[in-house]
Design a protein around this ligand. Structure first.
Ligand code: FES
Length: 137
């Protein structure tokens, strides 16, 4: 039995993004031709991809040491403590459905629904450590 990929609901754009096992949210966004804010092209350096988790925290992959360090720096710059609601899309994996908020995300040439139709493909996506993309395509 094939399990469907997790769905990440991206608000306020109202996009349902299928995310394969082991795939980062950022890599899934690129695969489905979404624009996702970035400067470092998925290198966990710029924090432009940072998102806020609204629901489904139990389905989040744990932050690795690199993400933890970047999030601590981000919180420090903002004069706040780290929040479990803030994650980097370029490091975040999910095991089930999640709702997040990220401004600046939008669909490009391809309809995200098309990507959802090829959901099985998402399960076989190999995840590179660096989901390479350009600045806010
Ligand atoms: S920190 Fe730059 S894309 Fe994630």
């Amino acid at each position: 039995m094939t399990r469907r990929p997790a769905r990440v609901r991206v608000e306020p754009a109202g996009i349902d993004l299928p995310v394969g096992a082991g795939e980062t949210v950022f890599a899934a966004a690129l695969r489905t031709d979404l624009t996702w804010p970035t400067i470092c092209y998925g290198q966990a350096r710029c924090t432009a991809c940072a998102l806020r988790v609204v629901d489904g925290h139990q389905n989040l992959g744990p932050p690795d040491a690199v993400e933890q360090g970047v999030l601590r720096q981000l919180a420090s710059r903002r004069g706040r403590r780290s929040s479990r609601d803030t994650r980097l899309a370029c490091r975040l994996t999910v095991t089930g459905d999640v709702t997040i908020e990220k401004r600046g995300v939008r669909a490009n040439s391809r309809n995200v629904a098309d990507a959802a139709d090829s959901a099985d493909a998402a399960d076989s996506v190999e995840v590179a450590d660096s989901a390479d993309v350009g600045p806010a395509r």
